[in-house]
Design a protein around this ligand. Structure first.
Ligand code: PEP
Ligand code: MN
Length: 245
């Protein structure tokens, strides 16, 4: 699998079934992209919403790994317990927006890093200032994560004026790059509407950011979480093939 100059991370909002993940993994293989979103624990605002498959999903990932040995799992960890459980399976440890200031978690991430981990992905909290984001990145560094193994992700901040209540903050992303970090953008959570994900992804790349994290699903309308922003696999394929990355 080739990974070009830009980092492209694709996959569903959450792992739902082996069939779903097999279809998405097939797409990644066709695109020669290794990084697959494999979220087992979903931090949800609403306690009645799907919380993720949790440990039940681990056998699915083991099965995928046996069929597609080059695939790399990007997994969100929201607690020390999840970090302990998922770090052996993950190639990328993702700290989500809601946990950007979970300092006790940030303080231990470095202690879990092993050679099979490619990097740590730190998403920006949706109401966090630029300085708070940078401070959280420094917590990771203090925990033992080398700066060049941290990739930051701008995922849109709360906005009073945007029609979807969220707005991608390009200036902060560019300033984070200026501080020596690699920074990618998330046009899925950054727009919340599938019709605008591809235009926003183009804007992220045009702004000179280092890549994208995008949500896609074999049956977007029936995605268990974040259905409104999920791209189909066909749309995703056409878009990625159109890129020169
Ligand atoms: C995610 O990327 O799975 C996610 C939950 O996004 P965020 O933490 O940015 O809300
Ligand atoms: Mn999502």
């Amino acid at each position: 699998m080739n990974q070009g100059k830009k980092l492209i991370i694709l996959g569903p909002c959450s792992v739902e079934s082996l069939e779903q993940m097999t279809k998405v993994t097939n797409l990644l293989c066709q695109l020669e992209l290794p990084y697959l979103r494999t979220q087992l624990f979903k931090p949800r605002t609403n306690p009645e919403s799907f919380q993720g498959l949790g440990v039940e999903g681990i056998p699915y990932l083991e099965k995928l790994k046996s069929i597609y040995p080059k695939i790399k799992f990007v997994m969100e960890v929201g607690s020390l317990e999840q970090l302990t459980l998922l770090a052996p399976h993950a190639h990328v440890l993702q700290i989500g927006a809601r946990n950007m200031q979970n300092f006790e978690l940030l303080k231990v991430v470095g202690k879990f890093l092993r050679p099979h981990h490619d990097f740590v992905l730190l998403k920006r909290g949706f109401a966090s200032t630029f300085e708070e984001w940078m401070s959280s990145a420094r917590y990771l560094i203090q925990s033992g994560v080398p700066k060049n193994k941290i990739i930051l992700c701008e995922r849109g901040s709360r906005s009073l004026t945007s029609p979807t209540g969220v707005q991608l903050d390009f200036l902060s992303a560019l300033m984070a790059k200026d501080q020596g970090y690699q920074v990618i953008g998330d046009p899925s959570h950054g727009t919340k509407k599938s019709a605008f994900v591809i235009p926003m992804a183009k804007a992220i790349l045009a702004a000179g950011l280092d890549g994208l994290m995008m949500e896609c699903h074999p049956d977007p309308k029936n995605s268990v979480s974040d259905a409104a922003q999920a791209l189909s696999l066909e749309e995703t394929q056409t878009f990625i093939r159109s890129l020169d990355v």
